[in-house]
Design a protein around this ligand. Structure first.
Ligand SMILES: Nc1ncnc2c1ncn2[C@@H]1O[C@H](COP(=O)(O)OP(=O)(O)OP(=O)(O)O)[C@@H](O)[C@H]1O
Ligand SMILES: [Zn+2]
Length: 468
């Protein structure tokens, strides 16, 4: 069966055909870097990581671009609140996000273009759009895209210009011909970062950055354009308008959008402040937990994030991992037919996995086949299969879980149940130290060290960790 992908542009699942055989050009809108990233951003990154990994499993060579929007109103505002240079602020959060993605086992994109490194390209495109009548400079130094010149405007989001016009108004200070016209270039305000341009000092609008980065790094036409479904309008609608008006060619073949991660009944967002940062999440849970949540829910659906879901997912992860445990002590082995049967179950799991993933990346379906394989492996173990016999199933399970980006790390063997007792010993030791009973307090520390637990005394108190 061939891969099918749901295309937001046509609102249909379509057979996946690339512009160039065997190669995929995929662009995904990355974050505006003005603050720590939250698990909603992680969801988007995970979805496109899973898509990329599956395309690679299917034999495609994927050129994956994910951008950083490193100049923007929000960055400038936050930098001025913190009394920081906006470029330094953006750089800090780019480095943090990189680290977040690595911790989440997201493969690094082939390229990470940044808006501020594309200014020449952006100016060239705006000039081209002005020459063709698709854009116009305003007296104040802004440049706007002329939506009435673009007959297709609204195609992606399914909106009509006259309907949009009804709700729109021109803000004070804007010099637009039409309320839906949008800024390609913004004249600089005092104290803001600015670049020279034919229209005076200014900076690019958000939408044109992505058009320029696509054109520069992936070319006039791409296979997949991704991002969250909150970006369909206006961001992606405007990207299409700019790119296609400039090149005269269809821009992206498949528009792929992830659903929103919901927290407390609303989209998790920096602007609303209802967030859990990636860092906070990973301090308490394995990266596989978040990935498994995304896989379970399906990429286009909204994903409910709360303690119950996290707990259920933790349990599901444990179940997956249970299949990777070694044989029982003294296992006598199972019959050749039973090994064959396990092999057959592994083959069936792979076929089911592929069929589900080929159907618009139905990850929940794919997982259900992995869980069937888990059951088969675990019953083979109970029947006395040896490590070598179990491997027939385990290797396939590990490989397919890996295609989804799950690490299934087994070092969880560390007894979590020990934590309260270690805390208790530390409390006792602190008391002993207060009473200057150094020999006893050192004895506790040394014995814990011998058990693989390192203590660290700081001014704020004693902390502990398992030795690596
Ligand atoms: N809650 C969420 N769930 C899933 N994807 C999200 C969520 N919030 C943002 N994204 C996606 O993450 C990527 C980077 O987003 P961007 O920095 O533009 O975030 P944003 O929408 O401005 O965030 P916020 O709303 O938190 O300010 C985009 O593809 C966006 O659609
Ligand atoms: Zn974008």
């Amino acid at each position: 069966m061939a891969l099918k992908i749901y295309n937001t542009l046509t609102r249909k699942k379509e057979p996946f055909e690339t512009l160039e055989p065997g190669k995929v050009r995929m662009y995904v809108c990355g974050p505006t870097v003005y603050n720590k990233a939250h698990v909603g951003h992680a969801m988007s990154a995970l979805v496109f990581d899973i898509i990329r990994r599956y395309l690679e499993y299917r034999g495609y060579q994927v050129k994956h671009a994910m951008n950083y929007t490193d100049v923007d109103d929000k960055i400038i505002l936050r930098a001025s609140q913190l009394g920081m240079d906006p470029f330094a602020l953006a750089e800090t959060y780019i480095q943090e996000y990189r680290k977040n993605l690595e911790d989440l086992n997201v493969l690094p994109a082939t390229i990470n273009p940044r808006a501020t490194q594309e200014i020449d390209q952006i100016i060239a495109i705006i000039q081209g759009l002005i020459e063709k009548g698709y854009a116009y400079p305003a007296p104040n130094g802004d440049v706007y895209f002329r939506v009435t010149r673009d007959e297709d405007y609204g195609r992606l989001s399914g909106r009509k210009l006259d309907e949009m016009q009804a709700g729109a108004r021109i803000e004070v200070g804007e010099q637009k011909e039409h309320p839906m016209d949008f800024a390609l270039w913004k004249a600089a305000k005092p104290g803001e970062p600015a670049w020279d341009s034919p229209w005076g000092k200014g900076r690019p609008g958000w939408h044109i950055e992505c058009s320029a980065m696509n054109l520069h790094h992936l070319g006039e036409q791409i296979d997949i354009h991704g991002g969250g479904n909150d970006l369909i309008f206006p961001h992606h609608e405007n990207e299409i308008a700019q790119s296609e008006s400039y090149t005269g060619k269809p821009f992206a073949r498949y528009w792929v959008h992830n659903g929103m991660l919901q927290f407390g009944g609303e989209k998790m967002s920096k602007s609303l402040g209802n967030l859990v940062t990636i860092e906070e999440f990973l301090a308490r849970h394995d990266a596989d937990v978040l990935r498994l949540m995304v896989l379970n829910s399906g990429y286009r659906a909204p994903l409910t994030f709360n303690d119950d879901v996290i707990e259920q997912t933790e349990r599901a992860l444990e179940r997956l991992k249970s299949a990777l445990r070694p044989a029982l002590p003294g296992a006598a082995g199972i019959s050749a037919e039973a090994v064959k049967a396990l092999e057959e179950q592994a083959r069936a799991a792979r076929a089911g996995f592929e069929e589900a993933m080929d159907d618009d990346f139905n990850t929940a379906g794919a997982l259900s086949h992995l869980f069937e394989l888990v059951r088969a492996i675990n019953s083979a173990r109970t029947e006395g299969a040896t490590d070598e016999q179990l491997r027939v199933g385990q290797d396939v399970l590990r490989e397919l879980a890996g295609v989804l980006g799950l690490r299934l790390r087994m070092e969880e063997e560390k007894p979590q149940e020990a934590a309260p007792f270690i805390d208790l010993l530390i409390e006792v030791r602190t008391e002993l130290r207060k009473q200057k009973l150094w020999a006893l307090s050192d004895l506790i520390r040394d014995r814990l060290t011998a058990l693989g637990v390192t203590l660290e005394d700081t001014r704020e108190g004693t902390t502990w960790r398992y030795q690596k």
